[in-house]
Design a protein around this ligand. Structure first.
Ligand code: TXA
Ligand code: MG
Length: 341
């Protein structure tokens, strides 16, 4: 199959929407990461997503809507007060809410769960595509399963060239990490996957927020995750990634030691202001703060592969604000290989 890359002109968006209407798939930009979309109500179309990504069938997809009126038919009961408040505060945006699902949603979308994750993205091209398609769009991140999520059209092309008919190129994603996934069955929202909307922001709107304890630790043997996606190794570069955590000066010392005693082909991932601490060692700068780091992290992991890095040493960041999502992705990319400085 030939993969066409197009800009997000109205004509290209119409061609993409035609693909979706016909039961085919298409990659498109969102403000978080690129998605690989299909008509969420067409099971045969949705199965093409799983095939193109090599995604395990037990990992449910997020359903994307462009208008709040699209929500009610997808869920089995009217949204509760907390959901309404969160939607008012963060939609359109980087928040996915889990609801009891209605019967119109095919089983393959939710991997047979009785719930469905729904998000209204903010990116204008994503909204327009959904509107032109006339259907909610089921979309996971548009990477091959296990690879870092795509934050640019070139990432999608690298993973899915020849496997999908079209990629809409909307430039680099602003947030750069996926949406925050929250479950709403308890008194306070529970964060299953930290992301573009911070726990602090959610707590401010909902009066509190819980962070599921799977967010920052590996699953135990045989443990069933609440969010099925969390059991798979994710975001992994090909080199061996180690996260170094501790007091800032000690972290730099430890990374210099590890780098200098490692075999060839080592690479450091560090915040830009700290780059001078590493002299002329090979390094990718991740920006000035945790927001910039979120936007650059996945590209940096892919870049590490392109450089052929065999050992990658990354500085830990504090687990607040966007730092929680950054550490969640880093820890998974490192298969929880975290050392204390
Ligand atoms: O920002 C994003 O969320 C991007 C863009 C394209 O919207 N999408 C994305 O999708 O990251 P994906 O499939 O890569 O990740 C979806 C996550 C998975 O961890 C999945 O297990 C979880 O959401 N999820 C989806 N439906 C769920 C449900 N009903 N219950 C619990 N977790 C669910
Ligand atoms: Mg994904």
């Amino acid at each position: 199959m030939r993969t066409v890359v197009e800009d997000c002109s109205e004509a290209a968006l119409k061609r993409a929407a035609d693909l979706i209407r016909r039961g085919d798939i298409c990659a498109f930009p969102t403000e978080t990461v690129y998605g690989l979309g299909a008509d969420a109500l067409n099971p045969r179309a949705v199965m093409k997503i799983f095939a193109a990504k090599g995604r395990p069938g037990d990992n449910p997809l997020i359903v994307h809507i462009a208008d709040i009126n699209q929500l009610r038919p997808l869920i089995s009961a009217a949204p509760g007060e907390t959901a309404l408040r969160l939607a008012a505060a963060f939609w359109p945006g980087a928040l996915t809410m889990i609801f009891p699902r209605s019967d119109i949603i095919p089983d393959c979308v939710t991997a047979n769960l009785d719930t469905v994750g729904i998000r209204m993205p903010a990116h204008p091209a994503a909204r327009r595509l959904i509107a032109l398609s006339g259907a909610p769009i089921a979309a996971p991140s548009a990477n091959s399963s296990g690879r870092p999520s795509p934050t640019g059209a070139a990432h999608v092309f690298a993973d899915l060239n020849g496997k999908i008919p079209m990629i809409l190129d909307g430039g680099e994603c602003e947030v750069g990490l996926e949406s925050t996934v929250v479950e709403l069955s308890g008194e306070f929202p529970r964060i299953l996957r930290p992301g573009g909307v911070t726990a602090e922001d959610i707590a401010r709107v909902a009066g509190g927020a819980l962070i599921d304890d799977c967010v920052l630790r590996p699953l135990k043997d045989g443990e069933a995750p609440i969010s099925p996606g969390t059991k798979y190794r994710h975001y992994a570069p090909r080199g061996r990634l180690t996260i170094i955590e501790g007091e800032p000066a000690a972290v730099a010392r430890k990374i210099r030691d590890m780098y200098d005693s490692a075999p060839e082909n080592s690479l450091i991932l560090a915040l830009t202001p700290r780059a001078p601490l590493y002299g002329n060692r090979r390094l990718i700068k991740l920006g000035a703060d945790d927001n910039e780091m979120a936007a650059r992290l996945f590209d940096a992991l892919r870049e590490a592969d392109a450089l052929g890095a065999e050992n990658i040493f990354a500085e830990a960041v504090p687990r607040d604000g966007m730092g929680l999502a950054v550490m969640n992705r880093l820890a998974r990319a490192a298969a929880f290989n975290i050392v204390k400085a």
